[in-house]
Design a protein around this ligand. Structure first.
Ligand SMILES: Cc1cc2nc3c(=O)[nH]c(=O)nc-3n(C[C@H](O)[C@H](O)[C@H](O)COP(=O)(O)OP(=O)(O)OC[C@H]3O[C@@H](n4cnc5c(N)ncnc54)[C@H](O)[C@@H]3O)c2cc1C
Ligand code: SF4
Ligand code: SF4
Length: 767
């Protein structure tokens, strides 16, 4: 496209007062023939000015030097053929920097001039991306026919989408169909109710847009959102795709190949992509595969750095009358509550919530559901034995969130139910009964309880922890990566993006996502169904899903220069790239979230987006001034647009200031930062480079899961390279911030500037 670029400088919101606008305008390169200033560029007159130039002068690149790109996006959008580049003079310059003395501050003016030149440089290098269009399928596959799966199917079907529910069991309903009674869901939240699952099952079975296949499992999922081709197998059988290999693909290794799967071999990964002709096509998947009970065998794997917890003192597995809450529920649903050892009625039962003496940890995977279940099951004991029944609930935490508190209070009123905080030190046999010993109880004393049975408040483990469920024909393996980091859950970000997994188009709901009760599962199902619909419709329009919703760009590869190093296929956080037998990447645009991690990883620099590429950011890096005087430092800040850049805007809105020596460039994710930008900046004489990204590690908040973590590995390598050039490695640093730490970011930047200034000027300055 032939570009006609124009510059529009706003004087409103304090910009005109703080800056010498005439001087700023003069900085616009002579080749740019159209430039205007206006008192309020976002007002009708200012916007008309731009629109007139577009119509009368054929302007197709508008550089708007005004407020942050994060605001007024609707005002400064001029249709699909006009590139708009926003230069952040307001939040990025005048609101975040206080003049030293009277009149225009020279350093602040320089900042504004640099940002203007950087914006023009970027605008020259970007184009409007064309959406990637495919003929997509809009049917939704729901995996799992429990209360979550059926509710998700109903929610999607009610909005007009066709749904197929795949249930591996003989019947739908999941565990919700196996309980005796359900905890209360309506005021006064006291009486147990009939399980809602009966109604949900009937509704789903009779809905014309829902088809249900029981005793069926996924054999293999090929493809991408809008284009998922799925093959099935009867439950419990093996298909040619099943292989006894770990779900994870260790970094740098070829994915495990199913033997006999279209002759796939480690040298022929493309064969894993060869789909079966019997495949059925779907647009998106809701993964509602639920949970399984925690088992004693699970305890054999302690968390890293922790000693294996012992459950021996509780008698689980050795004393028959010590059972889990699941076994107790199934017994209660079957009729009478009796002791497994001798079939006699169990009229006094102790419910133990916290297994380890001296620790206040609940059973692994326990949650508020476990607390609610203990209260409910205590009520079963009382309902079955109104006269003599006794239930003891011994806990460290009683978690009854929201309205469930009313249920807890009603249980407290029952004279036959004793609730106490306490440390259970042992369970032993006593004739045909049991003795439970507890200390540090609320009564202040050590107690010994004579009971008929003990029920342990064990937790709910997500099925994904040990079952690949999806069996994806993806280069990165058939399940989810890094499951150990997330306790087996498939989420991609607990805090910000519920339902989303690390595989685009596959949304987790209900207890597959975290332990929750039936009511919450039904709400969750609606959320995941909406996400699936959003994904299908986004794929149909050729745009990205969350977090860059609506983005029409996708990565282009200049394949003739690809060295098949496989870094892009390995680093993509969403498994969007497969590769052919030679190792050349095979993009799947509808799987892509447009994070740019592949672009950051590629050593050949052959990956880029039309509106975000090595050259566009590289040109910005080369566009700002680098003072030659040793006493004037220049610092480049690469700030992630998800948390760091908004945090800087918020800091500015709150009148917080930081050094005028920095020049900030927003990036899609630190994962997208290619080291060539850092090298270029250092060779220009930039004294220090600070990269600000989302938090990573256990409590990660990276919007692209691994981007900031992957960049940390690159930063380490850059540090080595700096040392070999006799440059201090402290000149390139990475920090992690969350959006609510906006008040800390200015301080972080200033501390870095001070550290770099103390190191002295970059020796490459002036070369
Ligand atoms: C003892 C106990 C009592 C409880 N009582 C209550 C209560 O009173 N009130 C309340 O609100 N909550 C209660 N809960 C919680 C409740 O059971 C869960 O919220 C509910 O079962 C979750 O439903 P789900 O659909 O997410 O999972 P599930 O019920 O586990 O259903 C998942 C379904 O997916 C199927 N599936 C699994 N893997 C695959 C696969 N690979 N392919 C196809 N299908 C697959 C399973 O067969 C199952 O049918 C209780 C929990 C426990 C442990
Ligand atoms: S790394 Fe990001 S931009 Fe690249 S293919 Fe994967 S999801 Fe898309
Ligand atoms: S990172 Fe670049 S060079 Fe390596 S395989 Fe991917 S596209 Fe090719």
């Amino acid at each position: 496209m032939e570009k006609k670029l124009a510059v529009y400088i706003c004087k409103g919101c304090g910009i005109g007062k703080a800056l010498d606008i005439e001087k700023l305008e003069k900085k616009v390169p002579a080749k740019v023939k159209i430039k205007h200033t206006h008192d309020i560029m976002c007002g009708p007159e200012g916007v008309d000015l731009i629109k007139k130039d577009i119509q009368a002068e054929g302007v197709n690149v508008a550089v708007v030097a005004a407020c942050s790109r994060r605001v007024l996006q609707d005002v400064f959008t001029f249709g699909p053929s006009v590139v708009v580049e926003r230069v952040n003079l307001r939040e990025g310059v005048v609101w975040s920097h206080k003049p030293q003395g009277e009149g225009v501050d020279e350093l602040i003016q320089e900042m504004a001039e640099d940002y203007l030149l950087m914006g023009i440089a970027e605008a020259e290098k970007i184009e409007i991306p064309e959406p990637y269009k495919e003929t997509i399928n809009k049917k939704i596959m729901v995996l799992g026919g429990g209360v979550t799966g059926l509710s998700a199917a109903l929610e999607a079907a009610k909005t007009g989408y066709e749904v197929t529910v795949i249930e591996k069991g003989a019947k739908v309903g999941g565990f919700a169909a196996k309980i005796r009674k359900q905890t209360p869901t309506s005021f006064p939240y006291e009486a147990l109710q009939s399980p809602v699952i009966e109604r949900v099952v009937k509704e789903a079975q009779s809905h014309p847009k829902i088809s249900i296949r029981t005793q069926t499992e996924v054999a293999r999922i090929f493809g991408a959102p809008g284009l998922f081709d799925v093959t099935f197998k009867p439950s419990g059988t093996k298909s040619k795709w099943d292989v006894p290999v770990p779900v994870e693909v260790p970094e740098g290794e070829a994915p495990p190949q199913p033997p006999g799967a279209d002759q796939a071999t480690p040298d022929n990964p493309a064969a894993i992509l060869a789909k079966n002709p019997e495949a059925e096509r779907f647009g998106a998947v809701v993964m509602a595969t639920g949970w399984r009970p925690w088992r004693l065998e699970d305890a054999a794997t302690p968390q890293e750095g922790e000693a294996a917890p012992s459950f021996d003192h509780l008698g689980l597995g050795t004393i028959p009358d010590v059972v889990t809450n699941v076994a107790f529920e199934e017994m209660a649903a079957g009729g009478k509550i009796t002791r497994p050892s001798n079939g006699k009625p169990a009229a006094s039962v102790a419910f133990i919530q916290c297994p380890t003496p001296g620790s206040d940890e609940d059973f692994p995977y326990a949650s508020s559901v476990t607390s609610m279940v203990a209260l409910k099951q205590a009520k079963y004991v009382r309902d079955d034995n109104p006269e003599s029944g006794k239930a003891y609930v011994i806990y460290q935490h009683m978690r009854t969130p929201g309205q469930n508190e009313y249920f807890y209070k009603s249980i407290q009123q029952d004279d036959g139910i004793f609730l106490t905080k306490g440390d259970v030190v042992g369970v032993s046999k006593n004739g045909d009964g049991l003795i439970v010993e507890a200390k540090d109880t609320l009564l202040g004393d050590n107690i010994k309880l004579k009971v008929d049975m003990v029920v342990l408040g064990t937790g709910m483990v997500p099925i994904t922890k040990d079952d690949p469920v999806l069996n994806l024909a993806y280069r990165q393996g058939r399940g989810f990566r890094d499951l150990e980091l997330f306790d087996g859950y498939a989420d991609s970000n607990y805090i910000c993006f519920p339902y989303e997994t690390r595989r685009t188009g596959i949304y987790a709901a209900g207890t597959a996502r975290r332990a929750m009760g039936i009511g919450e599962c039904m709400e969750d199902a609606a959320g995941a169904a909406l996400k699936a619909i959003q994904c299908i419709e986004s794929a149909n329009r050729g745009v990205s899903v969350h977090p860059r919703s609506g983005d029409t760009s996708y990565p282009d590869f200049f394949f003739s220069r690809c060295t098949q190093c496989k870094r892009c296929t390995e680093e993509c956080p969403f498994g969007a790239l497969d590769d052919d037998e030679k190792g050349t990447p095979l993009p799947n645009p509808t799987r892509c979230r447009r994070c740019g991690t592949c672009m950051g990883a590629c050593p050949e620099r052959i990956i880029g987006f039309k509106n975000y590429n090595i050259d566009s950011i590289g040109s910005m890096v080369k566009a700002f001034s680098v003072p030659e005087e040793a006493e004037k430092a220049r610092i480049l800040v690469l700030a992630c647009e998800n948390d760091a850049y908004p945090a800087l805007d918020i800091a500015a809105m709150n009148g917080l200031s930081y050094s005028t020596l920095v020049r900030i460039i927003p990036v899609r994710c630190l994962g997208s930062v290619n080291v060539v930008w850092i090298k270029d900046a250092l060779s220009r004489g930039v004294d220090g480079i600070l990269t600000i990204g989302c938090k990573y590690g256990d409590d990660y908040q990276c919007h692209f899961v691994k981007g900031s973590e992957l960049f940390a590995i690159r930063t380490d390598k850059i540090g080595e390279a700096l040392k070999s050039l006799a440059l201090e490695k402290e000149r390139v640093q990475q920090v992690q911030v969350a959006i609510d730490e906006y008040d800390k970011v200015p301080g972080i930047i200033d501390a870095f500037v001070d550290e770099v200034v103390a190191l002295g000027p970059n020796p490459f300055k002036g070369w």
